[in-house]
Design a protein around this ligand. Structure first.
Ligand code: UT7
Length: 321
């Protein structure tokens, strides 16, 4: 059967680390509060010469290298971001040109922290219907540019970065590798809980991120447990079969609560929120690449990706490597 198979991954982080202690000099917060409530110890922050596209290009090059694929062989780039370089053109086209694979399909997807799941599902559909053969699926963000650095309830939570996967359509056996099942959801009733208070069509400004964290937390735990159950049912697996969960890295407490609901041991969850904080659409591929490169995630493993974010949007995808 035709499946989209992950053949390589890569990631990129800005040069500069910002610790909790450094943040505590700017706003009324403390390392203790941030660590206890979120599990975050530090985040990476892009300097002026580092952009969403530069991080995406760096991550994409590493993913191509890992897959042994030449950029000229890529005919689809789907880039998830809520912090594009410009309103248009799509950041994916900037990445395409820098990599030297012009002529194929390239576009951005906006689903905030679930953006990578939406991008993965879009690329998977396009590959399996024959619109393309070899895709780069990228999550890349510079959330530091849309943070209100005087709002302690949000500025301590986010960081910048990028992650990329190479996805290739292959004819595989039933128990072979590939994306096995994916579910996506959105519920626009909750836009006021997590949003940016600006935009080209309203304020003509970029705006700042606003979040009612406690309410988002409550929805996240319920929605993620539900969607994980759906994806496992669709693919005919149970939580015990999962080798690794690679979740969106918003808060260590959400990751613990979701693992507990699934009955999964915490050792099966890849956690990078301590080092990277919440990098929105970049967080899942960044965490996946971290787990692959440190040797934990291996070929043949059953891996669950999951994310929830502004909109609300949420989703999960079960993949055999
Ligand atoms: O990626 C998209 C999805 N996003 C998420 O999943 C985020 C989900 N939410 C969360 O992760 C958590 O709700 C937060 C980490 C954002 C907040 O944790 P919380 O345990 O829900 O705290 P809270 O918002 O209920 O605030 C508790 C207290 C408040 O003080 P009072 O009103 O109890 O006196 C806040 O003002 O903590 C205070 N507070 C802070 N104190 C020190 C809020 N931010 C800070 C801070 N430093 N940075």
């Amino acid at each position: 059967m035709m499946r989209s198979v992950i053949t390589g991954s890569g990631s990129a982080l800005p040069r500069t680390v910002l610790t909790n202690a450094e943040l505590a000099e700017r706003v009324d917060t403390s390392d203790k509060w941030i660590v206890e409530r979120t599990g975050i110890h530090q985040r990476y922050i892009a300097q002026d010469d580092e952009t969403t596209s530069s991080l995406a290009i760096d991550a994409a090059r590493k993913a191509l290298d890992a897959a042994g694929v030449d950029a000229s062989e890529v005919d689809l780039i789907v880039l998830a971001t809520a912090t594009p370089d410009q309103t248009f053109p799509a950041t994916a086209t900037t990445v395409q040109h820098a990599l030297g694979c012009n002529g194929g399909i390239a576009f951005d997807v906006a689903a905030v922290c679930s953006g990578f799941l939406y991008a993965l599902a879009t690329a998977d559909s396009m590959l399996r219907t024959g619109m393309a053969r070899r895709a780069l699926v990228i999550g890349a963000e510079t959330f530091s540019r849309i943070l209100d650095w005087e709002d302690r309830t949000t500025c301590v939570l986010f960081g910048d970065g990028a992650g990329a996967l190479v996805l290739e359509v292959q004819d595989v056996a039933g128990d072979g590798p590939g994306i096995l099942s994916t579910r996506l959801h959105a519920d626009g009733a909750h836009t006021d809980l997590l949003y940016v208070d600006g935009g080209p069509s309203t304020t003509q400004t970029v705006g700042h991120l606003r979040m009612k964290g406690r309410e988002v937390f409550r929805h996240a735990v319920v929605n993620l447990a539900e969607v994980l159950g759906e994806v496992l049912d669709d693919a005919g697996f149970t939580a015990c079969d999962i080798d690794w969960v690679v979740p969106h890295q918003a808060n260590a407490r959400i990751l613990d609560a979701t693992a507990r609901k699934l009955g999964l041991p915490a050792e099966k969850v890849i956690i990078t929120v301590d080092r990277h904080a919440n990098t929105s659409a970049a967080s899942v591929p960044l965490a996946f690449d971290t787990g692959v490169r440190d040797g934990r995630i291996k070929k043949g493993d059953l891996v669950m990706f999951e994310a929830m974010g502004g909109g609300f949007t949420w989703g999960a995808s079960l993949v055999r490597l």
